[in-house]
Design a protein. Structure first.
Length: 153
């Protein structure tokens, strides 16, 4: 309330005087900063650890794109999807925000059903094969540990 009163006073002052209450801001103009994403990415990929971090985020962004595409293809709003899933619009917003949190499998299934899709999860082999160590595959998988599961999700 206090702020709204001050804003109204400033607005009425500006109308009555026909001058800006902040003359030091009169010369400021909007100057967008250009951004060449390709050049930025090329330079950033040379930094240590950047490539791994960038690639780790890729799956989350891909999932978010898939979800948004499916919802818009059906012509649904976040509010409508929330109603179909029995949740809130803010929950759908968080779900569609890439990298914020990892949704559960059941939530992804509900979302897919709400947007007229079926959920498909694949395990895709990496481009470079796992080296054979002479031991059974189970030992090698155990040595890799949970990384296999996290990379697949």
């Amino acid at each position: 309330m206090i702020y709204s009163g001050k804003i109204r006073c400033l607005e009425s002052y500006a109308r009555s005087e026909r001058t800006s209450p902040f003359p030091h801001l009169d010369d400021i103009t909007y100057k967008p900063v250009s951004h060449d994403h390709e050049a930025f990415l090329k330079k950033a990929l040379k930094r240590k650890g950047f490539r791994e971090a960038y690639e780790a985020l890729e799956e989350g962004y891909r999932l978010a794109r898939e979800m948004l595409t499916a919802r818009t293809r059906m012509g649904l709003t976040q509010e409508e999807v929330a109603g179909l899933m029995g949740t809130t619009k803010s929950a759908i917003s968080r779900l569609e925000a890439s990298g914020k949190h990892a949704p559960s499998l059941s939530t992804l299934k509900k979302y897919a059903q709400a947007v007229g899709c079926r959920l498909e999860i694949k395990l895709v082999p990496k481009s470079r094969p796992i080296k054979k160590t002479g031991g059974p595959v189970k030992k090698q998988a155990k040595r890799l540990g949970r990384g296999l599961i996290h990379e697949a999700l």
